[in-house]
Design a binder for this molecule. Structure first.
Ligand code: HEM
Length: 196
């Protein structure tokens, strides 16, 4: 038996399915950028990460975003990526905040992209350690797991996405926000890796 509630796909599954091509694009850009070929190449990735994390943490001040994701203070990697740039003796990029006009529900899509990227970061973290000799205390703080662990913090975020407070009429805007955030990160990778 199918009722209206079960016929609606969960927001988290919609996000995963409808942004799949964008995630694939991130893989391709990382492949082209070769961030683990040298510390200098890796610093270009961290610069993109820092600018993106600034966009993300700009959203943390919005009370509506805080209500939707109550544990925001344990999220975000702006300071970590800034500290990594210092470790790497790389300049801190100055760019305008791209999320200045973003509010709920689209903001949740931006957070989805940032939080999801902590999962893939597990692989990147291993490479940063093995190939570049970096660590959670030097150069690769931005890729390290949150103190509670990646899976726990991610599952809690998914529970917020799929809670009743995010009503079905908001879902399209969240997916659009995720696409905009992926577009932004893709643009940053392209520019900081100097890809044509
Ligand atoms: C080469 C680099 C990357 C690799 C190898 C990678 C790998 C992965 C893997 C294996 C997962 C699934 C983990 C799981 O289900 O337990 C994942 C999830 C995810 N990644 Fe990546 N990723 C990369 C880059 C990125 C980037 C740059 C972003 C965004 C800025 C990103 C955003 C996401 C999101 C949003 C999810 C969650 C998907 C979902 O379950 O809804 N990833 N990644």
């Amino acid at each position: 038996m199918t009722d209206v509630a079960t016929a609606i796909a969960s927001l988290s599954s919609r996000l995963k399915e409808e942004t799949h091509a964008q995630h694939e694009r991130m893989h391709r850009l990382m492949e082209r950028g070769q961030p683990f070929s040298s510390r200098a190449a890796y610093a270009s990735f961290v610069a993109a990460q820092y600018v993106f994390q600034r966009d993300i943490e700009h959203l943390f001040a919005d009370p509506a975003v805080r209500a939707a994701v109550p544990d925001l203070d344990s999220r975000g990697r702006q300071q970590a990526s800034r500290d990594d740039l210092t470790d790497l003796a790389a300049p801190v990029p100055q760019e305008a905040i791209a999320s200045a006009q973003v509010s709920m529900p689209a903001a949740l899509g931006w957070l989805y992209v940032s939080e999801g990227s902590t999962l893939g970061a597990a692989f990147l973290f291993k490479e940063a350690q093995a190939k570049l000799g970096l660590s959670a205390d030097f150069g690769a703080r931005n890729l390290a797991a949150y103190p509670e662990g990646r899976a726990v913090v991610w599952r809690r975020f998914v529970a917020y996405l799929d809670s009743d407070t995010i009503t079905p009429d908001m879902h399209d805007a969240v997916v659009a926000g995720a696409n905009a955030a992926y577009d932004r990160f893709g643009d940053l990778l392209q520019r900081h890796f100097h890809l044509g």
